[in-house]
Write a protein that binds this ligand. Structure first.
Ligand code: PLP
Length: 458
């Protein structure tokens, strides 16, 4: 029961939230939101907060888009759901697959839908195992990921990042998983290493890991274009070129996780385009529907998808599907998102606003708690440190939340701004619709949070 007792004591015995301190959750009412208005969310007491992270990097068009709500409502009234499987589907799903294939950063993409980003990445691993099995390469099961990356919360995906707590606390199986170094420049570099030497070393490590595993046993490498959950690290110069060269040498695929970066974050539709990547397959979620309805997509390259065809030909069917994958209402909303991108020139807006965003992040560098920043597209991180402590040079090794970043996050709630404290920094990715004036207000509230945290230091 959720009780606010007569004695004023709060007790919650029922609701178990993810990524939360469960002891605190039992005895302290969580923040409860009731409304959204543009880039703001409003809690049950009427207080507004700038959502500087678009909640989970997902509410790309803000929290009150009438056109998206109308699109959902229209579809709910016409046909609220019908599963897309067993040679049956719905018109919005057909149209969405065509429109996504037309803009995908993968040539001749075949599109498969899932519900969440975790599922999309999970299915990608599953499909790789399936396809390789039917294409005469059953030993190509191993998948490489980068330390401290995040690809989701299912068994397969939580194991991928090799992140502390995310996989080891759950004793997740790591069979067929290979984890290589984190490309967090310059924090993950060795003393004296310049950017070229750093990326050379990472590429050499990848080569060595593949050699040791046996190249014929490795199927793919999965990477986020920007390492979001380890603290928003854009890739160092030349990194992906070098990594891709190694992968191609051994016929290993590049899977790009665009769950956060897809749909305009970079100023291009895909970070793969902004960075000149040539992925074999891409996964996306979140921004695809502005997160108004859950939907994710796997954009599968021709050769990869062809392997699924071979499995289906051998067995008579592709034995995979789910009730809510390609949900009809989600697909209708995702179609409306694509319309809005065109009609309101969302990408043009993002490109115009990025310089203001960068200037706002740079404008906070003078604060005593801020030690640096990282920027990419309409997202970024402020590095923060308690000036009384030695700087933590390798914060990215852990995804854990704590210390000064957590304190600033709490002060931010007071000041009416929501940021994400991660690995010694404050990660942000505001809704793509943010205006120049709102960026100013975001910076003002953030500075207030920084000032209050500084003033409260013992
Ligand atoms: N991939 C990346 C890069 C993410 O940041 C996330 C979630 O934040 C996921 C995958 C998982 O997506 P979802 O939370 O929709 O399962």
């Amino acid at each position: 029961m959720l009780i606010d007792g007569a004695d004023g004591n709060y007790r919650n015995d029922n609701l178990l939230l993810g990524f939360s301190d469960l002891r605190r959750l039992r005895s302290e009412r969580p923040l409860v939101f009731a409304k959204g208005r543009g880039i703001f969310v409003v809690d049950e007491n009427g207080k507004d907060y700038i959502e500087a992270v678009s909640s989970f990097y997902c509410a790309a068009l803000g929290f009150s888009d009438e056109e998206l709500a109308d699109a959902a409502m229209r579809q709910l009234r016409a046909l609220p759901m019908y599963p897309s499987a067993i040679h049956r589907t719905t018109a919005p799903v057909m149209e969405l697959s065509e429109r996504l294939a037309a803009i995908a950063p993968v040539r001749n993409a075949r599109v498969h839908f899932a519900v969440t980003g975790s599922e999309a990445n999970d299915h990608l691993v599953k499909f790789m195992w399936y396809g390789n099995g039917f294409a005469g390469e059953p030993r190509r099961r191993k998948i490489i990921s980068r330390k401290a990356s995040y690809h989701g919360s299912t068994i397969a995906t939580a194991a991928l990042g090799g992140g502390r707590d995310l996989h080891d606390s759950f004793a997740l199986p790591m069979q067929d998983y290979l984890v290589i170094g984190h490309p967090g420049w310059p924090d993950a570099a060795e003393p004296g290493e310049d950017e070229t030497a750093f990326t050379d070393r990472l590429a050499a490590e990848l080569d060595r890991v593949i050699q040791e595993a046996g190249p014929e046993t490795v199927g793919g490498l999965i990477a986020e274009p920007v390492s979001v959950s380890s603290g928003m690290y854009p890739p160092p110069a030349g990194y992906f070129e070098k990594i891709t060269t190694v992968l191609r040498r051994y016929g290993i695929r590049l899977f790009v996780d665009e769950v956060v970066t897809g749909f305009g974050r970079s100023g291009e539709m895909w970070a793969s385009q902004a960075m000149g990547l040539e992925p074999d397959c891409v996964t996306c979620a979140k921004g695809i529907s502005g997160a108004y309805m859950p939907i994710a997509a796997l954009l599968l390259g021709e050769e990869f998808a062809g392997r699924l065809d071979r499995g289906s030909d051998a067995k008579g069917w592709f034995a995979h599907g789910a009730t809510h994958a390609a949900h009809t209402v989600s697909a209708a909303v995702a179609l409306k998102v694509l319309d809005i991108f065109d009609e309101r020139d969302v990408l043009g807006h993002v490109r115009r606003i990025i310089p203001h965003w960068n200037a706002a992040l740079d404008g906070l560098l003078d604060h005593p708690l801020v030690t640096g920043n990282r920027k990419f597209g309409l997202m970024g991180a402020l590095k923060v440190a308690d000036p009384r402590e030695a700087p933590d040079g390798n914060a990215a090794a852990s995804l854990q939340v704590g210390g000064i970043a957590k304190a600033i996050y709490e002060a931010g709630l007071e000041a009416g701004i929501i940021v994400r404290p991660l690995a010694g920094c404050l990660v942000m990715a505001p809704p793509l619709i943010i205006t120049e004036a709102e960026i100013g207000e975001l910076a003002r509230r953030l500075r207030l949070a920084l000032d209050r945290t500084l003033a409260a230091l013992p």
